[in-house]
Design a protein around this ligand. Structure first.
Ligand code: GDP
Length: 296
């Protein structure tokens, strides 16, 4: 599918570049291919519509129509708009807070929150030379607390114990107190997820946010979720002032269109990409490289 699309696009580009003039109908053909590509990559429909409208406006402008190689100019517009929509440049974690800088991890169950918490701990220890504490507020799944303990050890960070009989808010208070007393630079707070959005989950994480006043609130989302990622992103972004996104499971075979949807819906940068189940499977998100993948 992806390669067929690339073929189609490049054929169109060749035809267009051979022409001295480019017409609205050429542009329409090209946009149709791009629209198909985005839908095949599972970008949410309203996001595709907005994107195409923006590209169309630019494509019919002087930059393309007046260009000597209109076909290539058009492809350039599409690529630049894709990268711009997914966020240009690189944005690392913000730690500009009175230590401990608190990072709150939000997302549905199975999105990869716990795994990402440990990956991030390792990243902050190795790349930013920070002293990192993790804690789990998932009091509904004792196995989740144990899982965080295990992966935190792999990351070389310290884990703060919590138990299912505690309230998440009390766990948060105790962890931050401990982090302060023991001079941790960063406290990573893993939270409970549900299989679907529910009110109780949102109320709980909002209360945690109010208590912890995190410098970063990261929305962790599974790239394989495709269209659903858009709805999940909307719900979390309405409930919390998100500061960044971690797109997990990019090693899967999805075209990663979710990146475009979640970025546009939340308006916050995609900071990291999860690229394996392993503790070192975290990369700083590269929007330009990802744009190529989404187009196929
Ligand atoms: P949580 O419920 O949100 O805490 O999700 P987990 O951290 O438990 O992750 C759910 C599953 O996804 C686990 O099997 C992880 O190993 C896996 N996982 C998380 N991130 C990635 C990733 O980037 N790539 C792959 N292949 N698997 C991942």
């Amino acid at each position: 599918m992806a390669s067929a699309l690339t073929d189609k696009l490049s054929r169109l580009v060749k035809t267009l570049s051979g022409q001295a003039r480019i017409t609205e109908s050429n542009v329409a053909d090209m946009l149709r291919e791009v629209r198909m590509a985005l839908l095949e990559a599972d970008v949410a429909l309203p996001v595709v519509r907005d994107f195409i409208a923006r590209v169309k406006e630019k494509a019919l402008g002087q930059e393309v129509m007046g260009s000597l190689k209109p076909g290539q100019a058009l492809v350039g517009v599409v690529n630049r708009e894709l990268a711009a929509t997914m966020g240009e440049g690189v944005s690392d974690i913000n730690l500009a807070a009175q230590p401990p800088a608190v990072i709150l991890m939000a997302g549905l169950q199975g999105a990869g929150k716990t795994t990402t918490t440990a990956k991030l701990a390792k990243h902050l220890i190795e790349k930013r030379k920070k002293k990192v504490l993790t804690v789990s507020g998932d009091v509904y799944r004792p196995a989740a607390i144990e899982q965080l303990k295990t992966v935190t050890a792999q990351a070389g960070a310290e884990w703060f114990p919590s138990t299912p009989d505690q309230k998440p808010i009390d766990i948060a208070r105790a962890a931050i107190d401990y982090a302060r007393k023991h001079f941790f630079d960063v406290l990573l707070v893993d939270t409970a997820g549900r299989l679907a959005i529910d009110e109780a989950l949102m109320t709980e994480i909002k209360a945690l946010h109010a208590e912890l006043k995190p410098v970063e609130t990261l929305f962790v989302v599974d790239a394989m979720q495709g269209q659903d990622a858009a709805n999940t992103a909307k719900a979390f972004s309405d409930a919390l002032p998100l500061t960044g996104i971690v797109l997990t499971k990019l090693d899967g075979d999805s075209r990663g269109g979710a990146a475009l949807s979640v970025r546009q819906i939340t308006g916050v940068p995609i900071k990291f990409a999860g690229t394996s189940e392993k503790i070192d499977g975290l990369e700083v998100f590269d929007a330009e490289r990802h744009a190529g993948r989404v187009l196929g």
